[in-house]
Design a binder for this molecule. Structure first.
Ligand SMILES: NC(=O)C1=CN([C@@H]2O[C@H](COP(=O)(O)OP(=O)(O)OC[C@H]3O[C@@H](n4cnc5c(N)ncnc54)[C@H](OP(=O)(O)O)[C@@H]3O)[C@@H](O)[C@H]2O)C=CC1
Ligand SMILES: N[C@@H](CC=O)C(=O)O
Length: 350
């Protein structure tokens, strides 16, 4: 039975939940999927780093975080040592889940690069490296004969990138539009229910939906990255971040929400991209007061939905969780399953 050794870079909501899944479900994974998982390295800003080639005691690691204790008290270091850990640990797969930096993708871009250069596959939910350095990192993975998977970078665990790539072959995609940020959708819904903006953002943070800096959700940076990823991956748009127009929901007031409601409309933060007749792609994100019979009007809470405009089927919509710790940890698991399937030819189903 194959066992994949895993390194967790960043030990916040998502990677902690992946560790919990590994701790509680490894036997079920072995019998259901034909492989096991063992965590051999963890790095984190607050906890430092721990490398144990025979496997880390996950209940110990998951027990840390509330106080001042670090991995230094457990045979590791109080420093992250990301480069040396990533390059020299025995992991087969690096799970990168540090914060998304919408400006240059760092330090996650370097984390991914170090892993691929040292012959390790990467799974990430971090939008920065995928949106801003996706082409470079994909070709680095190919050069080194390893895999770079990032299903959770758009719509958390809801299959959309792999699904669209595989299932839409033979169709021409003309564009897409959708709700691609759980936090802003949750906040707009709570404002409609009468909650004030700040309280709604706090709730989204507590539920594990928001970015480390929630301005990324509220000001549309997060959707800008996701639109860029989908446009380049699925429409071959060849565009950059500056080509995706961005406006967030901070301009939508409680009064705007009430007025929309009275007029049979609902505010949604909509990300979209469309292929123009000359082959170029126009992309952007902006708040829109959609009529209640619009397909996106009923998408509530942290649920996301994206509707693809295809030539032979017309609109095809994928909807599901867009944020959440468990939902996003599942995306990493689905990436590991995809890597196993690519390596062995095994059917890629859980
Ligand atoms: N949560 C969700 O619903 C979703 C999240 N994502 C993405 O997944 C990633 C992880 O999200 P989530 O777990 O919620 O975020 P968290 O903020 O909970 O976790 C990130 C962790 O990474 C640590 N970290 C930051 N910089 C470094 C570094 N240089 N080296 C090591 N560790 C570092 C942080 O430490 P510290 O706290 O001390 O800063 C924190 O513990 C993000 O990129 C996010 O955009 C994608 C889809 C959905
Ligand atoms: N903060 C993001 C998390 C997933 O990418 C969101 O709210 O959608």
């Amino acid at each position: 039975m194959t066992t994949y050794d895993i390194a967790l870079i960043g030990f916040g909501g998502v990677n902690r939940t992946l560790a919990e899944l590994i701790a509680t479900r490894n036997e079920a994974l072995r019998s259901g999927l034909g492989f096991g998982l063992r965590v051999v390295a963890i790095t984190d800003l607050r906890l430092g780093s721990l490398v144990q080639p025979d496997g880390i005691d996950l209940s110990m690691a998951l027990g840390l975080g509330g106080g001042s204790e670090t991995f230094a008290e457990h045979g590791g270091s109080a420093d992250t040592n990301n480069e040396s850990v990533i390059r020299s640990c025995t992991a087969d797969i690096i799970c990168e889940a540090t914060f998304t930096n919408p400006d240059d993708g760092e330090p996650a871009v370097s984390h991914v690069r170090w892993a691929l250069e040292s012959g390790k596959s990467v799974c990430t939910t971090n939008k920065g490296p995928v949106a801003l350095r996706g082409a470079e990192l994909n070709s680095l993975a190919a050069q080194n004969g390893v895999y770079f998977e990032y299903e959770g970078a758009v719509m958390s665990g809801t299959p959309v990138i792999r699904l669209a790539k595989k299932m839409f072959s033979g169709l021409r995609l003309n564009g897409f539009e959708g709700i691609l940020n759980g936090t802003s959708n949750y906040v707009l819904g709570r404002m409609e229910a009468g909650l004030d903006f700040e309280a709604a953002v706090s709730e989204a943070q507590e539920l594990g939906y928001a970015e480390a800096n929630p301005a990324a959700d509220i000001e549309g940076y997060d959707v800008q990255l996701k639109v860029l990823i989908l446009a380049n991956e699925l429409l071959d748009a060849g565009i950059e971040l500056k080509d995706v127009r961005r406006q967030g929901i901070s301009t939508v007031t409680a009064e705007d929400v009430r007025t929309a409601s009275r007029n049979g409309r609902r505010w949604k933060l909509v990300g979209s991209a469309r292929r123009n007749p000359d082959g170029t792609v126009t992309a952007g994100v902006a708040p829109v007061a959609v009529p209640l019979d619009h397909g996106l009007a009923g998408v509530s809470g942290a649920t996301n939905a994206v509707s693809f405009d295809t030539d032979l089927l017309g609109p095809v919509t994928v909807s599901g969780p867009g944020a959440g710790r468990v939902e996003t940890a599942y995306a990493l698991l689905s990436d590991i399953i995809a890597i196993h399937s690519a390596k062995t030819g095994a059917a890629a189903h859980a």
